[in-house]
Write a new protein. Structure first.
Length: 129
């Protein structure tokens, strides 16, 4: 289990590792630069330093058997999301799931497809699923 919550930059790196799987610093750096709509401009050494910090925090593990160190996430995406949502729920919404969901749904980023999926999930939950 990670010893602390990831920063925004660390989350970006974790998203790369969750998507690509175990990766070298160079592969992570290139993936960050290639992300669509990304304004990421940090250099290779910044990514290396962040991964070293993340290793100390327990967010990633590193295979040092080869010359190129290979990093992989130490925590799952779902676990990280759950921890971050719990912190947000407790901190910003005083523990109110209703307030959190209503705020999220009121954001303009909700697509019609997402709303259909949300309705299906609510129906499943109401049926006890």
């Amino acid at each position: 289990m990670a010893s602390s919550k990831p920063t925004a930059a660390e989350l970006a790196i974790l998203r790369v590792l969750w998507r690509q799987g175990p990766s070298t610093v160079r592969a992570v750096h290139e993936a960050l630069l290639a992300e669509p709509a990304s304004d990421y401009t940090a250099g290779y050494t910044t990514v290396l330093k962040l991964l070293q910090i993340m290793r100390k925090k327990g967010l990633v593990v590193c295979d040092t058997a080869n010359m190129a160190h290979v990093y992989r996430p130490a925590v799952s995406e779902a676990e990280t999301q759950s921890d971050l949502v719990k912190d947000l729920l407790d901190g910003a919404f005083n523990g109110s799931t209703r307030a959190l969901v209503l705020r999220a749904l009121s954001m303009p980023s909700s697509t019609p497809e997402e709303l259909v999926e949300i309705r299906k999930l609510i129906e499943e939950l109401e049926r006890g699923g």
